[in-house]
Design a protein around this ligand. Structure first.
Ligand SMILES: CC(C)(COP(=O)(O)OP(=O)(O)OC[C@H]1O[C@@H](n2cnc3c(N)ncnc32)[C@H](O)[C@@H]1OP(=O)(O)O)[C@@H](O)C(=O)NCCC(=O)NCCS
Length: 156
């Protein structure tokens, strides 16, 4: 089976917060941010697998910093873990301060995608080639999260 690195599928996306993205107080809708996260992370999963993917799970999301009308939002997305057919993608969302360009972490998300075949059945994906200690740690932490998600799924 083919192997790919984390860098082979990494995505950086940038959005500007427009009036239609905000509520009456000028804050970015949480649901809009989730849409941006899912769309960006799905590209990572498609780049890794080169297959159709479906979202199997989005972990609990914490919105750490408000994002306002006119803000510049940067989403950095990469793959942490690859199983047989599933992939965990992490998305770190930053608010880029217009005044000085400083990046403030506004949200962190972990999303699991499953590659599917033409019948909608899970389909194997390339293995992840781990190249350093940081990637190893992320892989191991993602594996723990996967086991937790599957435990929760069994409880539903
Ligand atoms: C996701 C889906 C394909 C999994 O199908 P399934 O028959 O339950 O698959 P399996 O039990 O064989 O598991 C396949 C893989 O998915 C993973 N998985 C399944 N459910 C999961 C969940 N809730 N969270 C995390 N991983 C999950 C399994 O761990 C397995 O990973 P692995 O092959 O890397 O070990 C199926 O549940 C589905 O189609 N769900 C709807 C997806 C959807 O419509 N999303 C929203 C729109 S895109």
């Amino acid at each position: 089976m083919e192997e790919k690195t984390v860098d082979d599928s990494r995505v950086d996306a940038v959005f500007s917060v427009l009036p239609e993205d905000t509520n009456i107080y000028g804050n970015l809708f949480g649901g809009k941010l989730v849409e941006w996260i899912d769309r960006t992370a799905a590209i990572v999963a498609v780049r890794h697998s080169r297959k159709n993917v479906v979202t199997a799970n989005i972990d609990n999301l914490s919105f750490l910093e408000p994002i306002k009308l006119g803000d510049i939002v940067i989403l950095k997305a990469w793959i942490n873990y690859v199983g047989n057919t599933s992939m965990e993608v992490q998305v770190d969302v930053y608010n880029e301060k217009r005044s000085n360009g400083r990046l403030v972490l506004a949200c962190r998300a972990f999303i699991t995608y499953v590659a599917i075949d033409e019948n909608g059945k899970p389909s194997p994906v390339p293995r992840l080639l781990i190249r350093n200690e940081e990637e190893r740690n992320r892989y191991n932490q993602a594996l723990e999260r996967k086991e937790q998600r599957l435990r929760m799924k069994r409880q539903i």
